[in-house]
Design a protein around this ligand. Structure first.
Ligand code: ZN
Length: 174
């Protein structure tokens, strides 16, 4: 992560190691990744809700509904808010999200690469609520797991979560 000045005193920062910076006044600044979350939602036909990214980075590529945590939001709150904003689903429309994995992504935004720590969940749809593609989602629909091309999934974390979920489901069905 690019860090030039101390957020406490404005002095020039130097990289100490990894994600730890130190300024001339001795302040230590931790350049932590930004938290984000997403959710792979399964229906009763073992199809997954896949969204198409409306904006760059990764415009036109596949994703799971999700996004950055706002401020001091928890992962649980963030994933519920994103599901509502992006596909119009409320927490009562799916089972309680279960943790799949977390992974780091590089998010290219306005000439900067932002380190993102993404927490990937999965859940099952309850009933047959309407799915609405909105916010930064161009399209949202359920696709059979076997028909999803992992190379079309933009973020590493989301792809790794997909592959882990797919291996669980393949294992359970044999
Ligand atoms: Zn300082």
């Amino acid at each position: 992560m690019e860090m030039n000045f101390c957020r406490r005193c404005g002095a020039i920062l130097s990289l100490e190691n990894g994600h730890v910076y130190r300024c001339e006044s001795g302040h230590t600044i931790f350049a932590n990744a930004s938290p984000a979350s997403c959710l792979w939602l399964l229906n009763d036909k073992n199809e997954l809700l896949v969204v198409v990214r409306a904006l760059n980075p990764g415009k036109g590529m596949l994703d799971a509904p999700g996004g950055f945590n706002d401020g001091a939001e928890t992962f649980e709150t963030s994933v519920a808010r994103e599901l509502e904003e992006e596909v119009g689903l409320k927490p009562t429309d799916y089972t309680r999200p279960q943790y799949l994995l977390s992974d780091l992504d590089a998010y290219d935004y306005k000439d900067e690469t932002i380190d993102v720590l993404c927490c990937v969940y999965h859940a099952r749809l309850i009933g047959n609520p309407p799915i609405k593609a909105q916010d930064d989602v161009a399209e949202a629909r359920f696709i059979a797991i076997a028909d999803i091309d992992p190379s079309m999934i933009y973020f590493d974390s989301v792809r790794e979560g997909f592959l882990k979920l797919k291996s669980h489901i393949d294992h359970d069905s044999h």
